[in-house]
Unconditional design. Structure first.
Length: 226
């Protein structure tokens, strides 16, 4: 990454042809309808062991921005998809550069469905702000609000407000304390459980039917499609 870039340099595209999400998933976006952008910033005091808090902060920044628009039934689907009820409206990809025990800088990629009204049939749970709110949203104003909230949230964790950030993320979690079907990727098996939280290292904590609480990493588990 180029260390000469100014903090919160933003690169946007009106026509994203090869969007990439978590686990190399493809992100589909109709030209001139959505927000597809990346923002770069250096980090001054965040340690590698605190990397999960960066994810919490960015997720909450998008959550905050959409709450301002009165998007209903907002939640954060672990690790960082933004949902309205059971419809996905935003994906986030965070890439970092590390130096010794510190996080040197980060590029935050965001794909937010704003004014798109038609999605490929295979994307059964995709939606947009226009579909949900039944009105056109100004892309530029929303972009400014999101970047401002990202600045605020990153500044908050840089100042050491980890506990409050963690609590807010917990409170916004999708399917928290609701019986849910998951897929154990290692065993290739379905199982039932309840999300009870996310650890300070970013692992999903699930209470099983025998009341045991097990932690899973991003590559170990996924939500079962229903």
């Amino acid at each position: 990454m180029n260390s000469m870039l100014d903090d919160y340099t933003v690169v946007t595209t009106n026509d994203q042809t090869s969007g990439r999400g978590q686990m190399n998933n493809h992100w589909v976006s109709e030209p001139y309808k959505n927000l597809t952008f990346s923002t770069y910033t250096t980090l001054k005091s965040l340690q590698i062991k605190q990397q999960a808090y960066l994810n919490f902060a960015i997720s909450l920044a998008i959550y905050d921005s959409l709450k301002m628009l009165s998007v209903p039934n907002l939640s954060i689907k672990w690790p960082n998809d933004i949902m309205s009820a059971n419809q996905k409206i935003c994906g986030i990809l965070i890439e970092t550069t590390l130096k010794q025990e510190m996080i040197k800088n980060t590029i935050i990629g965001i794909g937010l469905n704003v004014n798109q009204e038609n999605f490929p049939k295979e994307l059964t749970n995709a939606s947009s702000l226009k579909i949900i709110l039944k009105k056109e949203i100004n892309l530029e104003s929303l972009l400014v609000a999101i970047v401002d909230n990202i600045k605020y949230r990153i500044n908050t964790i840089e100042k050491g407000s980890f506990s409050d950030t963690h609590k807010e993320y917990h409170n916004a979690l999708y399917k928290k304390e609701i019986p849910t079907t998951f897929i154990d990727k290692k065993k290739n098996e379905f199982f039932m459980g309840m999300i009870v939280g996310v650890s300070k290292f970013g692992n999903l904590q699930i209470q099983l039917e025998d009341d045991a609480i097990i932690e899973f990493g991003i590559k170990e588990i996924s939500f079962a499609k229903v």
